[in-house]
Design a binder for this molecule. Structure first.
Ligand code: PSV
Ligand code: MN
Ligand code: MN
Length: 430
């Protein structure tokens, strides 16, 4: 396997930190064993955890006001793969990439696949894009895509999705994620029911082109770019569409796509119950679709979501295998650092949720002991599982301290030289 950062840079850092880590791990192991928890079993779970990185997250994001690119940004999908390789090499928990078409321009898919294979990376969900017009396209998406009043526009959008499936097959993906911004900006602009009917017809046409072992994930979002109504605005419309479309059509939950204070963990529970939880776009938010780093604002919410996921895993809920992915926009940080941090923060929520004593919790629920039920969750959340996460990385030859190792490697400085035409005031990628 190729390494973007020399393995001896990683091991030199790890050597300095290993004895402290061993001591911290031992202390935590002793504390957990008093509660009947085997720290090595938890560490194995952490080692097995994996979350996909969005190809577009490797470049600096922007707002509709400005974008302030960093230096050495990836200029194409090959360079994005190189950055993803660093994220996985140091975090040990991000071995797949989720591409977005046509943002990722690919001339030769076998060359791209060989490139990602050489780093030991695979491809997760492929994302279509019918929320922007491309320079060469015949029909405009100004008034919608899969739900447009014009059949010609809908056909173009359906054809793009089937094309994305074909590209995904070449990369070894098995999931198509569809998010559309279709909706309206003025009351009366759109007939709600007819627009949803058109969406269902289009979704079924795409589903008909889906290989038998693939899933199609529908992503809801409350608003933006449509500011009055959005066709797939919430999990209600989402699950209805997924149920109508087919068994392998499921709902995808992007954490930033709900009204403030919505109980997302409960939505997750409902989707699990009806075998419609396809996967996640993890990120965090204060106001809306902020795309902030995972766990940076509401770590307890993220833990409570994982509490539902681990509960389903524990109950061996049939048909439960959600896909985990980050979907973030990094405006002021080095995207590689944010993505490493975020992957680990999601992994942290998973491990903390595994600490919940499910039998005890069930007892409190049965007895209506609200306070002790809540304390059972809080007790797990309050455990600092950092030594488990660090040990999981160490055992996988990833970095005990990924950010320090990354900075010491000078990867970004080298990228700035190797990718001279990005950074500063120049615009690097879309
Ligand atoms: C829309 O806001 C979204 O969350 C969808 O997942 C898109 O594919 C992605 O952002 C693009 O940044
Ligand atoms: Mn998303
Ligand atoms: Mn979003």
């Amino acid at each position: 396997m190729k390494y973007a950062i020399q393995p001896d840079v990683v091991s030199a850092h790890n050597d300095k930190l290993a004895s402290d880590l061993n001591r911290d791990f031992e202390v935590l192991g002793e504390q957990l064993s008093r509660k009947g928890v085997d720290i090595n079993a938890l560490t194995e779970k952490a080692q097995a955890f994996d979350i996909a990185v969005p190809s577009w997250g490797t470049g600096t994001g922007g707002t509709r006001f400005a974008r302030f690119p960093g230096v050495g940004e990836p200029r194409n999908i090959f360079e994005k793969v190189e950055d993803c390789a660093v994220i996985h090499q140091l975090s040990g928990c991000a071995s797949a990439i989720s591409p977005h078409f046509p943002w990722d321009v690919v001339d030769d898919f076998s060359e791209l696949k060989a490139h990602s294979d050489s780093y030991g990376l695979s491809w997760s969900s492929v994302n279509s894009n019918t929320f922007q017009d491309q320079p060469d396209q015949a029909q405009s998406y100004k008034y919608g895509s899969l739900t447009h009043t014009s059949a010609a526009v809908r056909e173009q959008a359906i054809a793009h999705n089937t094309q994305v499936i074909e590209w995904g097959k070449k990369l070894g993906s098995d999931t198509l994620t569809v998010w559309v911004g279709d909706g309206s900006n003025h009351p009366g602009q759109q007939h709600f029911q007819r627009a949803f009917e058109r969406y269902l017809d289009s979704a079924k046409a795409i589903y008909a082109a889906l290989p038998g072992d693939w899933e199609m994930h529908l992503e809801h979002k409350m608003f933006e770019p449509a500011f009055y109504s959005t066709v797939i605005q919430d999990w209600g419309s989402n699950i209805l569409a997924a149920m109508e479309t087919g068994e392998r059509c499921k709902s995808l939950v992007d954490l930033g796509h709900h009204a403030p204070n919505v109980n997302i963990e409960m939505i997750v529970s409902r989707l699990i119950q009806f075998k419609k939880l396809g996967g996640f776009h993890f990120n965090d938010s204060k106001y809306g679709d902020d795309d902030l780093d995972s766990g940076s604002i509401h770590p307890y919410q993220q833990f409570l979501i994982f509490n539902e996921l681990v509960d389903a895993e524990h109950r061996k809920q049939p048909g439960f295998s959600p896909a985990y992915m980050l979907d973030q926009s990094h405006n002021v940080t080095d995207p590689i650092e944010s993505l490493i941090n975020s992957a680990i923060e999601v992994q942290r929520s998973y491990i903390k949720a595994l600490l919940v004593d499910r039998t005890t919790l069930e007892g409190y629920q049965q007895d209506n002991d609200a306070l002790m039920a809540s304390n059972t969750l809080k007790g797990a959340f309050n455990v600092d599982v950092s030594p488990i996460l660090a040990m999981a990385r160490f055992r996988k030859n990833a970095a005990i301290n990924p950010l320090a190792t990354y900075r010491a490697s000078q990867y970004r400085e080298q990228a700035a030289v190797a990718r001279p035409d990005t950074g500063g005031s120049r615009s690097g990628i879309v």
